[in-house]
Design a binder for this molecule. Sequence first.
Ligand code: HAM
Length: 423
Amino acid sequence: MKIQAIKGMNDIVAPESRLWQMVESKAREVCRNWGYEEVRTPIVESTALFHRGVGEGTDIVEKEMYTFEDRNGDSLSLRPEGTAGVVRACVEHGWTIQNSILKLFYIGAMYRHEKPQKGRYRQFHQFGIELFGPTSSRADAEVIALGWEFLKQVGVKGLELRMSTLASESCRKPYLQKLTKILKDNIERVPQDFRPRIETNPLRIFDHKSEEAKALAAELPRLMDSLDEESAQHFEGVKRHLTDMGIPFVIDPNVVRGLDYYVHTAFEYVSSELGRTQNAVGGGGRYDGLVELMGGRPTPAVGFGIGLERVLMLLSEKSEVVRPDLFVAIPESENAEVQQKSEEFGFKLAVKVRSEGHYVEVDLDGRSMKGQMKRAVKLNSRFVLIVGENEVQSGKVVLKDMDNQSQVEVPMSQILDILSEKL
Ligand code: HAM
């Protein structure tokens, strides 16, 4: 029986892997320019980390984690997102020191046992940033702007920024009590699958996809209409800074996010091109309480995670095929000594030209001259260098310009100079 990849986990190969490289290097470049340093945390963590960090009542923790016992009997989980692990590392190593700023980014695989479909996988990749330290709304705006800039630069189509506030905890608490009561009083209108969430995560009624939930949500009081002064001011600040930076946004009270740790700003980058239900390219927000919840000193924080599979789906450009600068053709010779000489010359030259930063192909199959030329044409090589019997014996190799079909004979000793002139 053939062994197959796990459902919802994909192999990535060229030409798509070229686009991945482009997207990842753009993420790194943007982070460099905004002063974010890379952090790499393990893919496997203690299950308890996500229970505490992501939240017991979330879909991710309740239904979607890959959890297993290792050989010591410890409960471990594949990370379903990046924030909890980064916060764990910060607390463990004492990276977040009061009154200082720490700016981190990561790119890596995440795992959620969801129902696979277009844009939703069980192994997917996130580019995320986490900013620790500042309480100011400037920080929220910077984080949002960085993600926006990345998505723009990479060429994502149909992009829109949607934003809401989840308010401070003290402001949200009485609202949540009121919301829970209303939902309980109208239980017959609450979708069956949402009923267990009423106590644990009532806000998520606002992003429930069913029509009955949407109709109910339209009648419910909004958190945004009962903000205290601090929450309202913070949100105003974020809006103002984004406007100053020229970043367009839409206020959307339905952005409530699927993770427990958020306060104040919550946002999503969406694209109409992704369809109606699976339209978030990325999301994030402020999570001031999480570092302390993980055992660290109280440290405000804000960040985002962007799904790279979804970014790839939205790119308008396709990857360019890279063409070799040079194809070294070494046709077979009946004379073993000559054959050895051409191979020695050809391979040595290829290594040298590559070390100077050029893409060089060498025939690895010992094909006929015709076969090698065919391959050079297929690869669309810029030049072909023929190192055959005649060439080795005369001390001159043939350099073919494949774009204009001209060719020159070059003394073997001068080929490197000629090539560096031409390439
Ligand atoms: P999230 O909204 O759960 O947030 O995920 C962020 C993004 O990851 C989504 O918008 C989506 O593009 C992508 N994503 C999520 N699940 C899947 C999936 N099954 N298949 C493909 N793509 C997926 C977080 O993970 C937070 N840690 C973000 C954050 C960082 N908040 C603060 N800092």
